[in-house]
Write a protein that binds this ligand. Structure first.
Ligand code: SF4
Ligand code: SF4
Length: 180
């Protein structure tokens, strides 16, 4: 059996003093000091959110402050990780929008399960559920990570509605036509 001896070169004087390495490190540091910042001091500084950003799913009201969701449960059915749970309910007879089919009694979205896919928004026939610009969700317990109906409307707010479906239905009802 033969061996090959690998010669180890002795360190040069410069290498033994570490001066080239220190200067190289300082060069990199100073270069980054004068470069424009590419990171943010989050959470004090918040990033600009572009239109179309898909953040936390929310429920929205129409400009008249009415619930758009009719609790058809399509979003619950289509949600891949089963993050949505809806309990359909009736709209109170004395309500101004009682002529509308239904409204959810309970509507929960479990943000520990949600994968922000946007399928719920895509499938919703009423444009009632929107993934908006909220991107930071946190909580101390699993329960806190479930957004209930009240929280979903707080996050969602009001969005423009071009359909005026309910007004048309109301008008049809008042004219004696079957609105359904
Ligand atoms: S959010 Fe839309 S899809 Fe989901 S239950 Fe309400 S109306 Fe149906
Ligand atoms: S964004 Fe996707 S995962 Fe999240 S609630 Fe909607 S359908 Fe479910």
């Amino acid at each position: 059996m033969s061996f090959k001896t690998v010669e180890r070169k002795p360190l040069t004087l410069a290498e033994r003093t570490y001066i080239p390495q220190i200067l190289g490190g300082m060069k990199t540091t100073f270069k980054h000091l004068v470069k424009p910042k590419e990171t943010l001091e989050y959470p004090e500084a918040r990033p600009a959110i572009l239109p179309g950003y898909r953040g936390v799913p929310t429920l929205v009201m129409d400009p008249n402050g009415r619930e758009k969701c009719v609790s058809c449960q399509l979003c619950e059915f289509v949600c891949p990780p089963k993050a949505i749970r809806i309990k359909p309910g009736e709209i109170a007879a004395e309500s101004t929008n009682a002529h509308v089919e239904k409204a959810p009694e309970e509507f929960d979205i479990d943000m520990l399960r949600c994968i922000y896919c946007g399928l719920c928004q895509e499938v919703c026939p009423e444009e009632a559920i929107w993934l908006q610009n909220v991107f930071s969700v946190s909580g101390y317990s699993r329960d806190e990570m479930v957004n209930n109906k009240q929280r979903l409307y707080e996050l969602g707010g009001t969005l423009p509605d071009q359909h005026f479906k309910w007004d048309k239905k109301k008008a049809a009802e008042e004219a004696g036509n079957d609105a359904h």
